[in-house]
Ligand binder design. Structure first.
Ligand SMILES: *Cc1c(COP(=O)(O)O)cnc(C)c1O
Length: 396
């Protein structure tokens, strides 16, 4: 069916979408109904870890649908066991609960922390989160998030979340009291515009939370699964969290997320947590395939690619008089000039010919890059070329 024969009237509009329709994709390229190819540096918001329709995922899905799709979470299944073992062996955690989205994994983390507070800390329930943080779009995770304006949406908020500032240890300490059960943060605030936590701040948080018997929850929905050059970002901060959440890349494009916890913190009792699709073999089989790709050699390649992207962005910044770039691994941002309009640049890049470019503008003068982890050096160069022209056109 051609795009102009389609009718979007029955689609609930939740954001402004461009007037185009994608029908297929391969690795870092996605194609619309006119056969135009776009270089994809968004990848479904850092979701498609290996790009569009990678052979590893196709094979995992094809093999699994021949066997078993959904026995229900009332029973064990092989892929979820295999994935939980791979995740715990590769991290400091002992137990895994699978879910279907980042928000749902974070809801689970909030519930687990509150449960732990009930039975181990006299009913402590307060969770300190960060201003400008993003933890999801359920009511509780919106309340946990520090996205400006979100505290006024869908009132009343869920109680018990207190906001501190990233890299400001005093702002955290001043919120701690005996009912504080956890501190929850992203090591790189993605939606806020790729804001990095300082290593010293994170280590200080770990020290204080240990001293005061408070759980440290790291939301690695965006930073996990090799995105930052190590399997998990916390490994670059020389700390061990008590709880970690994963999403996005863990499913490489299919709905899968995970809540990981240390043994001592895994206090859910029967009936506390669940979900119809949780840990289904179809999605966890994809997670297993993703974990198999993320070898040391592959992560070494991610580091080389991120160095290349970083230096190319810096050169572009120099040529165009911009304010440089920042990021961790293949989660990076370019800081434009005050007068530049990131949204306009995003649109010009998308409309570029013969090939378009998909990038994201989380802030008015910031562009974010979250390519597939198997992006090639040549594709990075093509991206810079289209972006540079787009910046020029936006200024003319
Ligand atoms: C995207 C994201 C979420 C929410 O994940 P969903 O799958 O959209 O629910 C939570 N935390 C962080 C850090 C994210 O980037």
């Amino acid at each position: 069916m051609k795009y102009n024969q389609l009718n979007t009237n029955a689609i609930m509009e939740i954001n402004q979408r461009p007037d185009l329709l994608f029908i297929k994709g391969k690795n870092s390229w996605i194609e619309d109904t006119d056969g135009k190819l776009y270089l994809d540096f968004m990848q479904g918001w850092a979701v498609n870890l290996l790009g569009h329709c990678p052979s590893e995922i196709k094979k995992a899905i094809n093999d699994q649908i021949e066997l078993l799709i959904n026995p229900s979470p009332a029973f064990y299944n092989i892929p979820s066991m295999e994935l939980s073992l791979k995740l715990t062996q590769a991290s400091c955690f002992d137990k895994v609960f699978f879910a279907n989205s980042g928000a749902e994994a974070n809801e689970g983390a909030i519930k687990l922390a509150r449960k732990w507070g009930q039975i181990k800390k006299n009913g402590a329930y307060k969770i300190i989160t960060m201003n400008n943080s993003f933890h999801g779009r359920t009511i509780a995770t919106m309340s946990a998030s520090g996205k400006p304006g979100w505290d006024k949406k869908f009132p009343p908020q869920v109680d018990g979340f207190y906001k501190a500032n990233i890299n400001d240890i005093e702002s955290v300490i001043s919120l701690i009291d005996e009912s504080t059960v956890a501190i929850m943060l992203e090591l790189v605030q993605g939606e806020a515009g790729v804001i990095l936590s300082d290593k010293s701040f994170v280590q200080e948080l770990r020290k204080i939370s240990t001293e005061k018997n408070i759980l440290l929850i790291i939301d690695e929905v965006q930073t996990g699964m090799g995105r930052t050059g190590t399997l998990f970002a916390y490994q670059q901060f020389d700390i061990e969290p008590d709880i970690m959440t994963l999403g996005k890349g863990i499913g490489g494009g299919v709905p899968l997320s995970a809540l990981l916890a240390k043994k001592e913190v895994s206090v859910f009792e029967y009936g506390d947590q669940g979900g119809t699709y949780n840990g289904n073999p179809l999605c966890t089989a994809v997670g297993v395939a993703i974990m198999k790709v993320l070898s040391c050699d592959f992560l070494e390649q991610v580091k080389l690619k991120s160095n290349k992207l970083s230096s190319e962005l810096n050169l572009l910044s120099d040529r165009k008089g911009l304010h440089g770039e920042r990021g961790l691994g293949l989660l990076r941002a370019l800081v434009l000039n005050e007068k530049d309009d990131a949204n306009k640049i995003v649109e010009i890049a998308r409309n570029a010919k013969p090939n378009g470019l998909l990038i994201n503008a989380p802030r008015k003068n910031l562009i974010r890059f979250m390519p597939a982890l198997n992006i090639t050096e040549n594709e990075i160069e093509i991206m810079i070329e289209i972006l540079e022209k787009s910046i020029e056109i936006s200024r003319s």
